[in-house]
Design a protein around this ligand. Structure first.
Ligand SMILES: [Zn+2]
Length: 289
């Protein structure tokens, strides 16, 4: 299953991790898989990894932010940007605090980055498929790094009008346009399917064909679904755990995603699954037009 952490999972990680690591100093940093730190392809990736680790050691973590599906650790000099790729996980272990479950036992062979912080707190980055990315950004580099991303769904700038402008004239399906991050950032396959169901829009509808009434519904659904998913601490279908090894609970509230053949919660007809924008897409042919 090609699932990656989406906005609600990354936001949940940010909230839990910030409580445990903000204000602490990175005393030691080690990275086992250099390619996670590579920003360009070179024959030997180790110098890039060494440079990242050198910049992290001794830095104080001031706070954590999120941009779309990226987690940003603000340091007293520069920042560390983490993208979890497909299977990335961040765990924090604080002396005297018991994680919610003992799995995985840390560090294991999939634990690639270890940060030892003041107060004997440890942060583990674990990633079975190793598609994650770790980047150190100097002050002033952030804008260019995130240039490809559209609006943040909870920002003041994200309105039915800006959504309309982003979709205007587009022939691509609304599903593809929501997945590609250029119009609005943070949604992936699970939440796009849920959002389109809630706004009663068929996933293959060309973005430029949506009426302003449907765009208003779509805008509201994006915020509602994401807000609810954050409240339930994300969706755990396979790899997602929060930094305390806790599962999310939004998987019990999904209305269409992963429910192929089950009755639609609105009309009772079976949920179908087909391929739209090269992704398995779950929807109700009767409710979504
Ligand atoms: Zn239906």
């Amino acid at each position: 299953m090609n699932l990656m952490p989406e906005l609600p999972e990354v936001e949940t990680i940010r909230r839990v991790l910030e409580r445990k690591i903000a204000g602490r100093t990175i005393q030691c940093a080690s990275l086992r898989v250099p390619k996670l730190a590579a920003s360009r392809l070179t024959r030997d990736l180790r110098p890039q990894a060494a440079s990242l680790l050198r910049r992290l050691r001794g830095r104080k973590i001031l706070g954590l932010r999120r941009r779309a599906k990226y987690l940003i650790l603000d340091l007293d000099a520069g920042r560390l940007v983490v993208h979890l790729g497909m299977t990335g996980q961040l765990f924090a272990r604080v002396p005297g605090e018991k994680p919610c479950c003992d799995l995985p036992a840390l560090p294991d062979k999939h634990t690639h980055l270890i940060l030892e912080l003041s107060g004997r707190v440890r942060v583990y980055y674990r990633d079975i498929r190793k598609f994650g990315r770790l980047r150190f950004l100097k002050p002033g580099e952030e804008e260019a790094f995130f240039r490809h991303l559209g609006l943040e769904p909870f920002s003041r700038g994200f309105t039915p009008w800006t959504l309309d402008a982003g979709l205007h004239g587009k022939k691509a399906s609304v599903k593809a346009l929501l997945l590609n991050q250029h119009v609005v950032a943070g949604l992936g396959n699970i939440y796009v399917d849920e959002v389109l169901f809630r706004s009663r829009i068929a996933p293959q509808t060309p973005g430029g064909r949506l009426t302003s009434e449907r765009i208003r519904r779509l805008h509201a659904a994006i915020r509602e679904v994401l807000r609810e998913a954050i409240r339930f601490r994300g969706t755990t279908l396979s790899d997602y755990f929060d930094p305390e090894s806790r599962r999310g609970a939004f998987q019990f509230r999904l209305k269409v995603y992963g429910r192929e053949g089950e009755p639609c919660p609105v009309c009772g007809r079976p949920i179908i699954k087909n391929v739209v924008a090269q992704r398995g897409t779950h929807w109700c042919r009767h409710c979504q037009r």
